[in-house]
Write a protein that binds this ligand. Structure first.
Ligand SMILES: NC(=O)c1ccc[n+]([C@@H]2O[C@H](COP(=O)([O-])OP(=O)(O)OC[C@H]3O[C@@H](n4cnc5c(N)ncnc54)[C@H](O)[C@@H]3O)[C@@H](O)[C@H]2O)c1
Length: 456
């Protein structure tokens, strides 16, 4: 069964065409310019889009900055939610320093705790945006609430940790469509103009039929060590984020989703099966649940293959790139830390002297471009809902992870239908809840043993 990828429904980064045309025209240049010149708005014609930030960490704060830099009309941060006061305070201070009166979050609109997301979203009105930038475990509940309250959403990847969560994202995405709410999903590479230019060439046949995609993300990193003094086990697990499956989906799912999404985009579809191997180094002392290496082979409906390969170990070659091979020639689709390294070669040899084409330099970084598109869609009422495509790329990643962890081939249909959940009571967690995982006597959490483990 062929699963068609939705085409990127958001090509334009242009500023608004209607109510905010005059500002858009003036600010059509760089995002930095836009940041300096947000117009003053008369109260009677308040077209300010208000933001609530859920998850006041690095990416959430970065997303607020991206929103502030969008040309086309005023944006204001009005509410913040986090679990930890320190994180929230740090984010608030940094944003208030940078954006002054566009950060209007008095203490009574800074909320803490597992239910803080509701209180922050309740500060919004229709037409405003909730930024979902906590961890994947909490994304479905936060998205569902935002959609129920009728606000637009920017949600960071990872969207779902398990198949049940994927289906919740799909369903909430559909509900958003019915309400004409816009949803941007943080797979920002889709908004890379360099990648879009290669995709256009591929669709026109420049590479021939795509036979193979190879995606690598290999990062050095130290083991997770559980401190003996840790007294709030639930918070410790949440703070260990990408090392624990129930919180983030694990490092393979959390980090590799961008590359798996690139694979699906290049193939213009979703895989029908995943097959994979992985393992740990013999001296591994990691307290977390990840394996040290993952190698997943995806098969598409036309029989062609794609590889997603990851490694988390020091002193090894840190490859971070996506390559695509067609019947006519090969190309590089992305580079280190998602750089728009896009190069088309004369044949299969990826050497400098073999380059036959490369796109124009990107003028707007993808993290900014995705916000330009979202705000343009909201201000000009263009269709924009990336939830479905993002949830399915997430499912493809989950399928690859499960193939490695379980040691068998996983089909798309069984992954989509699976009722597996890492933490069935995730929506009911409070500060007093028992932690979902139990560490062993050495402080290590359960790690997958292929052939014995189940997560589908
Ligand atoms: N698209 C990208 O390039 C990109 C880059 C980095 C991170 N991300 C994603 O963004 C998300 C956030 O990552 P980050 O790097 O900002 O992490 P972070 O740890 O810096 O920040 C996350 C914040 O969310 C808070 N939080 C966690 N659970 C919460 C809950 N239930 N309620 C309220 N607050 C909660 C944490 O306390 C923390 O302050 C992750 O899903 C990550 O995968 C995406």
């Amino acid at each position: 069964m062929q699963h068609k990828a939705q085409p990127s429904d958001s090509k334009s980064c242009s500023p608004s065409r209607r109510g905010f045309l005059e500002w858009g025209g003036r600010l059509a240049g760089t995002s930095a310019l836009a940041a300096m010149a947000v117009p003053r708005v008369h109260a009677a014609e308040d077209n300010t889009i208000r933001l609530a930030l859920l998850g006041c960490g690095g990416r959430g704060s970065g997303a607020v900055a991206n929103a502030m830099h969008v040309p086309g009309g005023p944006v204001k941060l009005v509410a913040m939610a986090d679990l930890f006061e320190k994180r929230q305070e740090g984010s608030y201070k940094a944003l208030a320093k940078q954006f002054a009166d566009r950060v209007d979050v008095p203490p009574e609109r800074r909320f803490l705790g597992f239910d803080a997301f509701r209180k922050a979203i309740d500060c919004l009105r229709p037409g405003d945006i909730a930024i979902l930038a906590t961890y994947a475990a909490f994304r479905p509940a936060h998205l569902e609430y935002a959609v129920a309250k009728g606000v637009h959403v920017f949600m960071e990847k990872q969207f779902a940790v398990d198949p049940v969560a994927v289906r919740r994202i799909l369903k909430a995405g559909e509900a958003a469509k019915q309400k004409n709410l816009k949803i941007a999903a943080g797979l920002m590479c889709r908004h890379s103009t360099a990648r879009q230019a290669l995709i256009q060439r591929i669709r026109q046949g420049a590479l021939g039929q795509i036979q193979l995609v190879r995606a690598f993300r290999m990062d050095p990193r130290a083991p997770l060590v559980r401190p003996k003094s840790e007294d709030h086990e639930l918070y410790w697990q949440i703070r260990s984020t990408e090392r624990l499956f129930w919180v983030s989906g694990g490092t393979f799912a959390d980090r590799t989703v961008h590359l798996v999404d690139e694979i699906c985009w290049l193939k213009d579809g979703f895989p029908v099966t995943a097959h994979g191997v992985g393992g740990r180094r013999v001296n591994n002392v990691d307290a977390g649940q990840d394996l040290d290496a993952y190698s997943v082979e995806y098969t598409f409906a036309d029989g062609t293959k794609a590889m997603a390969v990851a490694r988390y170990a020091p002193n090894c070659f840190p490859d971070f790139a996506t390559y695509v091979h067609g019947t006519k020639c090969a190309a590089q689709f992305s580079g280190a830390i998602h750089a728009p390294t896009v190069l088309m070669y004369k044949d299969q040899r990826m050497a400098r002297e073999n380059i036959v084409w490369q796109p124009e330099r990107e003028r707007v970084p993808p993290h900014q471009a995705e916000w330009n598109v979202l705000l343009d869609a909201i201000r000009n009422d263009r269709p924009h809902n990336e939830a479905g495509r993002a949830a399915l790329a997430n499912l493809a990643t989950i399928m690859g992870r499960a193939a490695v962890h379980m040691g068998r081939i996983i089909t798309w249909d069984e992954a989509l239908a699976s009722n597996f959940q890492f933490c069935p009571n995730v929506d009911q967690l409070t500060a007093d809840s028992p932690a979902p995982l139990k560490a062993d006597a050495a402080g290590r959490y359960p790690a997958p043993i292929p052939g014995q483990w189940s997560e589908i």
